[in-house]
Design a protein around this ligand. Sequence first.
Ligand SMILES: [Zn+2]
Length: 345
Amino acid sequence: MAESTEMDYKSLPKIELHAHLNGSLSTSCLTELYHMKYPNTDDPPSHINGYKILDKFIELKDCFERFKYAHDLTDTPKRLKRATEIIINECHDDGVVYLEIRTTPRATEHMTKEVYLSTICEAIIECHEKEPKNPIVKLIPSFDRSKGVNDARDTLDVVLNVREKFPGMIVGIDLSGNPENTNFPDFKPLLQEARNAGLKLTLHCAETAGTEEENMEMLEFGMDRMGHGTFMDESPDTWLTLREKKIPVECCITSNLKCATVPDITKHHMQKLLHAEHPVVICTDDYGVFDTSLSKEIQLCAKTFNLSRETIQEISLNSVRFSFASTTEKTRLEALIRDFFTQSG
Ligand SMILES: [Zn+2]
């Protein structure tokens, strides 16, 4: 088995399938947005310190609190657009060739949900026009469970409208947010409607312990990809159903460690999934909050789980397969990855 530790992870063409917009603001991005919003003030330590999780570990529910610092700075079209541009440019610098950004459309005093989504779509188009080498970028609007089903209803209407204006860009729906005191079945009709309208589904599932019943409901409902799936093996039934349905799992190691849903990297469920030859993809979740990058995450997985070059190539190609890109885009991305492994082999 060839060693993978010496691989140039930055040059590896990477596929990012799980990145929340408001969780992906780097320190320089936060600083720039802060100065746009609060000119003539000093550096923004409270925004940076409040947002980023460096060495310490926090509870998942506290993690959702971190987003308020980002929401404060992305509350106008101008700053939201700039945030999107910076994320795309930073991902490009990290060697990401395909990026799916997810975000909950948010009405603020400066914009409607429709403007929120359109602004991101416009930023994506402009980035590509300025620098065609930038990653292919798609948008996945999220239903935030904590905001309730009425908010999700409204979001879906907006999503279906905006999708018409930006063909090929809005490719799926994500279900995320703090799951506490919410019920998955409430969201089922809307998710089904989204599916019927041709949108793919990626659902955060089993992020916390003790939700076996809901996990099974979600598995039975079905999804194109699963976010985290941390506690799928809590019950033999859910584990078996996941395996049978072969639903790809988006693994975000640093996120799980810093939110303390996984106690130790050697106990991360990715190992069990790999061992079972279950499809996995490696993602960042919130590279700004967790102070990471996709290159770092892939390197961390390779080192921790002793992945061979062949396995990394397979995971990379699978990421293309499980992405919500078009067939033509998938062919191009696959070729990029194969070329990398041929040339660096
Ligand atoms: Zn997530």
